[in-house]
Write a protein that binds this ligand. Structure first.
Ligand code: HEC
Ligand code: HEC
Length: 468
């Protein structure tokens, strides 16, 4: 080859390489810009804005709420705190399929047959992120705590009119019920605490449940509340040192309230205040994207967002900044058939509250921030991974024609009747699309580190601090 030809050859190779490079970069840029444009359009029509949270400030009420949240002394047998089932390390859930509660004096933490017959249902522990005081109007998977009138402060709740009038928001109201629930914290009449607990907590009779039978459920709850307050601040007997600590903490948190005027409201309000401030999860990569940082999420995640707000119709229920409508839907997740032989003990969800047949099998749409951290999923914890949850969720009739161990159909007519038409008519999703959706859900993880101040180093009772 002559020198001239060689030069020409090189020239062509370089030209082709440069043109190829330019075309591919351009193509890429084109795709990128069109995804962002499409996503911007979706963001505009859905009116999506980054999540704003209240400034974190550990005031005296926060410190009291924190102690109460992590202190097992709030439970009948002094062995379970709120944090036992809502662990920060498990995304504020507990990593179990079903939360377990204390049992008849043997600490095995399971529901007794007696409880099941009374209508107590095992449920997966939900996360507690961003259940703020203002926007969250209902709590529990069946919404049995609900703001009925936000001005007059009237709440749907398990004790109805017997609820003290001071309560301001659903979070405060909720906090006083796990304490009085035998399947969560109160335990049973006649229980005794373990012998190896420190100090005066060892081998103690469960004074929270001080009767074997109560006339009504309300009487029982009110009695447990009164007993708990007495246990915490001991107004009747000579207080222990740790009870004096609690007294002082209550007085500092509520300086305007006389010791004799303290009620269970002050317990609930402090816990609610702590939960709201400590578990506010903002600054996710999705928030950053909403602030205009297009590089905060990658292409796969953007494609997932487009499906979430488009083809998948996810946002018709998982809407707004918290990604929930706080309404109730049947999505075709039926309770574990092994736990509910012949449907006898099925979890009927919202129906338990409204007694309206249309509400059978409906559960509240869960908010999705930090959802990647709180496996397993659904009210019965029946999907171990997020991917599996999405496969089931986008194909609700998957179990329609499969059989249970006892030969019955997994899903019967009554299960299917109220499944949301949005899900039944969802276009088929490819595995790739499910993977995109899953990547989008990862962008909802808060990037703010969990503040070390959330965890107390010790709790007033001297018992082991609830798990992290
Ligand atoms: C034994 C485990 C257990 C303990 C202890 C426990 N919880 Fe829960 N928590 C659950 C389960 C399970 C649910 C869902 C129950 C349902 O929907 O019926 C729940 C629901 C909640 C909710 C509602 C969340 C939502 O989005 O609807 C809040 C808030 C909450 N718990 C706070 C607390 C507080 C505060 C304490 C301590 C006073 C506490 N929990 C103790 C297991 C537990
Ligand atoms: C008709 C309303 C509705 C639609 C549409 C919907 N969801 Fe859900 N979603 C729910 C309800 C209700 C639950 C809770 C069901 C339960 O606990 O049994 C849920 C649960 C979930 C969960 C599990 C969360 C947890 O903490 O257990 C994820 C993840 C989820 N949805 C994502 C999606 C995605 C992604 C889409 C779109 C493909 C979607 N959802 C569409 C109502 C809906």
């Amino acid at each position: 080859m002559s020198n001239q030809k060689l030069l020409l050859y090189f020239f062509w190779v370089i030209l082709v390489a440069i043109t190829g490079y330019l075309i591919s970069v351009n193509l890429l840029l084109n795709i990128v810009s069109s995804i962002d444009e499409k996503l911007q359009y979706v963001i505009n029509i859905n009116g999506l804005t980054p999540l704003k949270i209240r400034q974190y400030y550990p005031d005296k009420k926060f410190i009291l709420g924190q102690a109460l949240f992590f202190d097992p002394v709030l439970s009948g047998n002094r062995n379970i705190s709120c944090a036992s089932c809502h662990l920060v390390s498990k995304g504020l859930s507990d990593g179990r399929q079903f939360s377990l509660g204390p049992s008849e004096g043997n600490f095995s933490r399971k529901l007794s047959n007696n409880m099941i017959e009374q209508g107590v249902r095992k449920r997966n522990s939900p996360d507690l992120w961003n259940r703020d005081a203002i926007s969250v109007k209902n709590l529990f998977l069946d919404g049995r705590i609900e703001v009925l009138d936000s001005e007059k402060k009237i709440f749907q709740n398990p004790i109805g009119d017997a609820l003290l009038k001071q309560f301001q928001n659903a979070l405060e109201v909720q906090a006083i019920f796990p304490i009085a629930s035998e399947s969560e914290m109160s335990g049973l009449f006649g229980d005794k605490s373990e012998k190896n607990l420190p100090g005066e907590h060892a081998d103690k009779v469960n004074d929270l449940v001080n009767k074997s039978k109560y006339k009504t459920g309300t009487e029982k709850i009110l009695s447990i509340h009164a007993q708990l307050l007495e246990r915490l601040i001991s107004r009747k007997a000579m207080p222990e040192t740790w009870q004096i600590t609690y007294r002082n903490m209550f007085i500092e948190a509520y300086p305007e309230v006389n010791l004799n005027k303290l009620t269970i409201y002050h317990v609930g309000s402090a816990i609610g205040h702590f939960e709201e401030l400590a578990f506010a999860a903002n600054n996710s990569r999705w928030d950053q994207y909403l602030e205009g940082k297009t590089e905060a999420i990658n292409n796969q995640e953007k494609l997932g967002a487009l499906i979430f707000f488009g083809k998948g119709y996810c946002s018709s229920c998982h809407m707004d900044t918290l990604l929930s409508d706080f309404k109730f839907h049947n999505i075709g997740i039926i309770s574990d058939p092994l736990f509910t032989p012949k449907g006898q003990f099925e979890d009927l969800g919202r129906y338990f509250v409204t007694k309206n047949k249309k509400d059978m099998y409906k559960f509240r749409t869960p908010p999705l921030r930090n959802v990647t951290k709180s496996a397993p999923y659904f009210h019965d914890g029946s999907s171990a991974t997020l991917y599996e949850a999405l496969i089931r969720h986008t194909n609700p009739l998957k179990y329609e024609n499969s059989f249970r161990e006892d030969g019955g159909l997994m899903m019967e007519k009554r299960h299917i009747a109220s499944i949301s038409p949005i899900l039944l008519n969802m276009p088929k999703m490819s595995d790739e699309e499910i993977a995109y959706l899953q990547s989008f859900l990862y962008t909802l993880e808060s990037q703010s580190r969990v503040n070390a101040e959330i965890f107390p180093t010790a709790v007033p009772s001297g018992l082991a601090v609830g798990p992290k």
